[in-house]
Every structure is written in C-alpha cells, then in structure tokens.
Design a protein around this ligand. Structure first.
Ligand code: SF4
Ligand code: SF4
Length: 444
C-alpha cells in the first residue's frame, strides 16, 4: 500500500521510541504541586483562591477571563500554601498556585467510576461550554485553548476533523500508549468533537511505525460512524498541523492562515481523550500522560501524573537521573527545550521528558555555511533557513519577515540536516520573536 505523507521537505531522525512497550502507569501523588496560571497560549487565568484556602481535587482555582485563556483546576486536595512566581519549564518565572497535598478528595460532580460512557447526550453548545469549563488545551504541546479552536469563525465552514496521532518526535510515546490503552475514550472524544464542529467525517492520522495502534483503532472504528484511521509514511515533522492536513487531505494551508481555511480542525489524541473525560465524566484537566525516556534511563516509561508535579518526581519514577546525563529536555529532541531545573512542574502541554546522555546531546562544531542547500530541501515550509538565520544574526527583521520567518514551525529539520552545525533553529527563533514584536508594534 502506498502510504500518504506531506510533500515538501522533512527528515528521518532516529526514532528511539524506547518507552513504547511501557503501559501507562499512575504515580503516587507528590507532597505538593505548583500549578502555573498560564499553561496555555493566551492571557493567564486569574486566581480564585488565596493562601490558606482548602481545595478539593478538580476545584476551579483560576478562571480564564479573556477570550483566549483557559481555566485551571486543583490537581490534588489540600491547602494553598503560596501564590507567587515560580520558574516553569520555559525557564521564566510565572504566577502559580502552590498546594500542599492532603489526600485526594475530589469535587462531587466528577464521575470517578471506571464505567465507560459511550452515549453523547450534550448539545453542541453544551459540549463547547464543558470543554471551556474543564480547562482543556491542545495537549500535543501547542496549548491553544480547545474551546476557542472549536468555534469556527464567521464565514468559514468546518468539513472534517483530523485527530493527530502522528507523534513524530523521536522518543515520545504518550500518544501511542493512549491510542493502545484508551481507544474507546479516544473514539468517543472524537465523536464529541465531531458533534461540536457539526462535521460527519474525522480522520485519525497515525504513522506506520505504530502498526499496533493503527490495527487497534481501525478495528474500533467499525463501531464509530464517520471515523477513518489513516496510516501515514514515517516522516518528521508530520505532526505539524499543516503537514498533517497536506498528508491526509492533500490541501495546503495558505501562508499566515489557520487550518480552518482548508475546512478542517486538527486536535491531538491526548486532547480528544481529555474531551471524553470532560464531557462524559465531568472531569477537568488535572492530569496527563508524560513519557519519561532516554537511552541511559533505567526505566523509560509513560506516567499518568497530576499537573504541578515536579519533574524530579517523574525522573525518580524512571529510575533516577543517569550519571552520563548531559541535558534534560522538555518535549522531544527536535522541538523541545532544555530544562534548567528539575523542580519545574508538569503542565498541560508537557508530553515528554527526554534525558540525553553526553554522547547524544553534544552540539556539532559550528563551521561556515557552505551553501549546500540541505536546510532548504529539509524545510517543510519551503523557507530558506540559512538566509533567515543570517538575517537574524544581522538584525534584519524586516527582510526576515519578507522571507516568511513567521511561517517557520520551529521543527528543527534545518538544523538537524546542516553539515556545518549552524545554529539555524536558535537564530530563527530569535528572528521570529523580533518580527513578532515588530508586527505587534505596527498593530498599536
Ligand atoms: S525550523 Fe523553521 S526554517 Fe527550519 S526547517 Fe523547520 S520550519 Fe523550516
Ligand atoms: S545546510 Fe547548513 S551549510 Fe548547508 S546551506 Fe544550510 S546553513 Fe548552509
């Protein structure tokens, strides 16, 4: 069978899915949690609790006030000990609520039973309201509030939903395990999202290095109307929304536009499962599956953890930090960012922690650009990375904008492929940030 994929650029990094056979395991509650009020794209939520307050698991502790924002709930029961700025996985200090854990007493509204609920009774409007109330954001790492993504702008029409089960980043396996272990919840979450969008068709895109998940979901799809599992050729960064739409539907999202321009909305596997839990079980987003992995780790694993748990606790569960560790990354090795502290909390968009040994984490020696154009061939957005990186170094923001730097999806394919070890992604990120400032200053 000829497998679908996107056409422009892409690379084939070593997969290293060393935790793929490890079933999802719930870990004990941490002694305390730190819950950032900004775990999503958009305005931070506003705290509704104060120091000394008692909270229950699932209780709303911060409300998203603006259109693009998301609610935040207590991931444990206990006492609020501090509301202060804490360092998060980005390395910046962000307003957060610290809760000392005292048991796990949930709010009464949540259905904590093991019973599976397949029948969807809420209306379209009620589904979107429940998703909003539950604080669900894109769990593949994008963290865009899901309820906002589900509101199709006036003049646009959604024709289909795409569920992103690609997980193309090396090492990460949390979505793979969710597809294998929570197939019915994923399928029902997909049907709920289809109802909210008013579409009859959904595609679940999965790369064919996860044939067990493809088989499992293809079998399940026979009892869920309108859902098709689409096996895809393995190619990075197929998990990018634009690349996935191209691979499945053959449609191009125009420069600077959103996927809805092509008539579809893309949601991640983890998001669809969270939607199932919110809509069918009334459970807010207070926990997620995190892959903790690396070739030197004693026990690479997929852990179900409460939001706010320190990363150090996850690493202990995986057997501790190996002696040969050079850096620890939040996310995969292609797009992730190195952590500067192991005490930062798990947040809604944290899909994996990758421990890189000395032998893998070292950077190549930087040499001059030899104009080989490999970065240009690798770029899935059709950019000229060597040129944009040079413009970044020369502070030529307006030229970089003309060269469509804002279309860069920060996939790292250019840097991965460069024989001269040029820090292309680092420079392009700087350029994006400066051009973003320029665009915002013009809008004032
Ligand atoms: S990081 Fe940006 S410039 Fe580099 S390959 Fe990816 S999309 Fe292209
Ligand atoms: S891949 Fe590296 S050396 Fe080749 S053109 Fe791009 S930046 Fe230059």
């Amino acid at each position: 069978m000829l497998l679908k994929t996107f056409t422009l650029g892409g690379v084939h990094p070593e997969e290293n899915k060393v935790s793929s056979a490890s079933p999802i395991r719930r870990i004990p509650l941490p002694k305390s949690v730190v819950v950032p009020l900004a775990q999503h794209i958009g305005a931070p939520a506003e705290a509704l609790v104060a120091k000394g307050d008692k909270v229950k698991t699932g209780q709303l502790i911060a409300r998203g006030q603006s259109f693009i924002s998301a609610n935040v709930h207590a991931p444990v029961s206990g006492t609020v000990t501090k509301i202060d700025d804490f360092t998060d996985s980005s390395g910046y200090r962000k307003r957060s609520v610290q809760i000392e854990t005292q048991g796990d007493e949930w709010i009464e509204e949540v259905d904590l039973s093991e019973t599976f609920h397949g029948e969807i009774t809420l209306s379209r409007e009620e589904i979107i309201a429940r998703i909003r109330e539950s604080g669900i954001v894109g769990m593949g790492g994008a963290t865009f509030p899901t309820h906002v993504k589900m509101m199709v702008p006036d003049g646009k029409k959604a024709e289909c939903l795409i569920i992103n089960g690609v997980e193309c980043e090396p090492y990460l396996t949390s979505d793979h395990r969710l597809m294998l272990e929570h197939g019915d919840e994923l399928m029902t979450g997909t049907r709920i999202l289809m109802k909210a969008l008013g579409v009859e068709k959904a595609f679940i895109g999965i790369e064919n290095n996860k044939s067990d998940a493809i088989n499992r979901l293809t079998e399940l799809s026979k009892k869920y109307q309108g859902i098709t599992v689409t096996p895809l050729k393995v190619k990075y960064p197929q998990g990018g929304e634009k690349q996935l739409i191209k691979a499945i539907l053959g449609r191009e999202v125009p420069s600077g536009k959103l996927p809805i321009e092509t008539g579809c909305v893309v949601q991640n596997v983890g998001t669809a499962v969270a939607v199932y839990e919110a809509v069918q079980k009334n459970k807010p987003l207070v926990e997620r599956v995190v892959t903790v992995t690396g070739k030197s780790l004693k026990n690479p694993c997929n852990l179900l953890v409460r939001i706010g748990t320190p990363v150090s606790v996850l690493l202990e569960e995986a057997g501790g930090v190996p002696a040969d560790t050079r850096k620890i990354i939040n996310g995969g090795p292609m797009m992730g960012k190195a952590l500067n502290s192991l005490e930062v909390p798990v947040v809604k968009g944290m899909s994996g922690i990758v421990v890189m040994p000395e032998t893998e984490a070292g950077r190549k020696k930087v040499n001059n650009c030899i104009r080989c154009a490999r970065c240009t061939f690798a770029c899935p957005m059709g950019l000229a990375p060597y040129l944009i990186a040079q413009m970044a170094e020369a502070s030529m923001e307006e030229r970089a904008e003309t060269e469509r730097v804002m279309d860069c999806i920060e996939c790292g394919s250019c840097a991965y492929t460069c024989p001269s070890g040029r820090p292309l992604l680092d420079n392009i990120r700087v350029a994006k940030s400066k051009v973003g400032q320029l665009i915002r200053s013009r809008a004032k």
